[in-house]
Design a protein around this ligand. Structure first.
Ligand code: NAD
Length: 392
């Protein structure tokens, strides 16, 4: 069965671009890069490729570039948070400079969110900016990281004598010329990484009513069996609908400047999630061997906590908590975790979140299924109720 390609416009005026979603798109990557980045025959293309990708996926992309008379230069990138650093960025920039790439020769980011963020940042600053085409290969990168132009690296910061990895502390907004999401690439994705992306899809479902897709959460839940079986047509629909939501959010608030109704809504579940993500001993299934939590698992728990907090604050109907829990459980993600530290300590950790403004905890809380709002004055007891809801 051939799966029709779908195209979502990320409407940002002169910085606008398309995200194309389909199966087998990497085989026509060359023409797509030529058209979107304006690369002429013989132009070189720096392909920053995720080292976790099967060789076959990488060679499909490079062969397609060659077939369009482009000259790919392959640079492998290790997809590790600890290596999403200025050191790795510098190696990438040095490779570009070593080949004397000019300002019109594009970068192709082929990989998960780490590679997309690093290669996007390199494209933002090499010779003060060159075109980038994002080719996401994880579910999270397809539905989230590749859309919207946020690029960057982590910083290792000394706090009270202890080194702390601060995520995405340095970066730039640099919109891609095109996003190519080939769902066939998802076949090789490890199960736990795939499910982490699914948590972000459920998060989109919890805000999608204000961005044109009120039925997204229900549809995702009903399609879970086909999604988890990685049925290509269902994955294409999942990615397309989620890209539409992300594109609509970004179209309204490109640089996360709006106080309400913009990119900040994408932090639903993240303030709770960040507070537990870096606790090394927490495990999604109670088995110490599965510790620590992955980002998506922390977000899944954060979504439950946010719903419980909203219900305790009287901001959403209590039934919503159960609804959210069911969806997350059916997606194979944790809804509660053993060994959470005391609530006071966790609230203090939440206060360290970069979204805290002038010492005030700003939470994104659901109001109904598909709707959420930024809340600056959630009572402490409601925040505590959110945390207690995810204690196993
Ligand atoms: N720029 C943004 O707007 C934005 C948004 C969300 C997240 N992010 C960033 O994205 C990163 C997380 O991205 P992620 O979830 O894609 O994880 P990731 O980039 O860490 O990739 C996860 C793992 O999957 C492997 N992999 C990638 N594609 C594969 C494939 N097709 N088959 C087999 N293995 C594959 C990678 O090698 C890695 O081991 C974080 O650094 C986060 O800060 C950025």
């Amino acid at each position: 069965m051939t799966i029709p390609e779908s195209r979502v416009r990320v409407d940002l005026g002169s910085r606008g671009y398309d995200a194309v979603v389909g199966a087998g798109l990497l085989d026509s990557l060359g023409e797509r890069v030529t058209r979107s980045a304006g690369s002429g025959p013989g132009s070189r293309v720096l392909v920053a490729a995720d080292d976790g990708l099967p060789t076959q996926t990488v060679s499909r992309a490079t062969r397609a570039l060659e077939a369009a008379s482009l000259k790919p230069i392959l640079h492998r990138v290790r997809a590790l948070e600890t290596e999403k650093t200025f050191g790795t960025l510098e190696q990438l920039l040095a490779a570009m400079a070593g080949h004397a790439l000019d300002r019109r020769e594009p970068v192709v980011a082929l990989g998960g969110g780490i590679v997309g963020d690093l290669a996007g940042f390199a494209a933002a600053i090499y010779r003060r900016g060159v075109p980038v085409v994002q080719c996401p290969t994880t579910l999270l990168a397809m539905v989230d990281a590749s859309i919207g132009g946020k690029t960057g690296v982590n910083l290792l910061v000394q706090r009270a004598g202890t080194p702390e990895l601060q995520k995405n502390m340095a970066g730039a907004f640099h919109q891609p010329r095109l996003v190519v999401a080939d769902v066939e690439a998802l076949r090789s994705l490890p199960d736990r990484v795939f499910r982490a992306g699914l948590a972000e899809c459920l998060k989109h479902g919890m805000i999608a009513a204000d961005f044109g897709d009120p039925g997204l959460f229900d549809w995702t839940e009903s399609a879970l069996a086909r999604i988890l079986a990685r049925d290509a047509a269902t994955l294409a629909e999942l990615v397309t609908r989620n890209v539409r939501v992300k594109a609509a959010v970004v179209g309204r608030d490109e640089r996360e400047e709006a106080d309400e109704g913009g990119r900040a809504l994408l932090n639903l579940g993240h303030t709770f999630g960040h507070a537990i993500e870096t606790l090394p001993d927490l495990s999604p299934d109670g088995n110490p061997a599965s510790a620590p939590l992955q980002h998506g698992e922390a977000v899944a728990l954060g979504l439950v906590a946010a719903a419980a907090c909203a219900a305790a604050a009287g901001r959403c109907p209590p039934e919503l908590v159960q609804r959210v829990k069911e969806g997350i459980h059916r997606a194979g993600q944790p809804t509660a975790v053993r060994g959470l530290p005391p609530t006071d300590g966790l609230i203090r950790r939440m206060m360290h979140d970069k979204k805290v403004l002038a010492g005030q905890l700003r939470l994104v809380l659901p109001a109904a299924l598909g709707r959420a709002a930024v809340v600056a004055d959630a009572p402490r007891e409601a925040v505590a109720a959110g945390i207690d809801a995810i204690r196993a």
